[in-house]
Unconditional design. Sequence first.
Length: 325
Amino acid sequence: MQREPTTGMGYRFKAKETIADGVRRIANEQLTKALDELDDRRLGPHETIHQARKRCKKVRALLRLARPALAGDTYAFENAWYRDTGREIATIRDAQTRIETVDALRREYGRLVSEEVFGRVRSALVARREALLADRVSLQCSLDEVCERLEEGLQRVDDWKLEDDGFEALRGGLVQRYQRGRSALRTAYDEPSAEHLHEWRKRVKDHRYHVRLLAPVWPGPMQARQHELHALSDLLGEDHDLFVLESFASQEPKAAGGEDVVRVVLALALGRRMELRTAARSLGARLFAEKPKRVADRIGAWFETWKAEAPERAKVVHEPRLVRA
């Protein structure tokens, strides 16, 4: 399939397009970029895989925002499609993430623990990752499968139909995902577990992507919120990465450097996770303090003003200025 070059408009809506056109344009751009990155030989396998998975997540967040307005079974089918596409290459990415998590622990606690501890566990994890990458045939088959799925998905995007337009096409998805973020926050701290924290993280990322998509309605406040949501998802992401490292080290201590090393790593990881959870709770309580309807009403009012002012902004940009003699 011949792909059109991306226009560089970014992961956000434009004032002069309908919401339906915006949804299709953004999905097209993300999928085209993902395919270009998979073709880019300058990127290593880890960066390629990371980018492909991130693009799938961004398309899924877009689908969730427009979900109530999407016609028929579009949401259910496409959401499952990109979920499964991302899973195709998750194992290799997880192997790299474990190494990056050990590096983060070293930066945090390197002054307190022998360098040998971090060196042994890191060497063991690198060997594990390289063993996965050594099977080049399986790796290439996985990447080829992802490319095929993204190509198929790209061909369907222009057929996506929305049964509403304007902010009403997005209000339901914005409210639903924000409410799920509030509920997941309560569950994460009322019934603490790694699974509940990870679920909250996913809902935070949904809301963060939705704020990013709608950022042009008032860039200052929306970008500030997006920045704080990014910080929150980073805290929760580090917590989840530590949990994944803990699970792997506990189940396969030899593959993580040996039982004596694993005991130290598990202790450090537990302490760090407590710090992260405390910080995330404080930040999350502020970001999800308002009720969903109030958040949607405020963003909706900004959206309507932004759309109404679009012709005037265009005149300011495009009309020649008078120059004084």
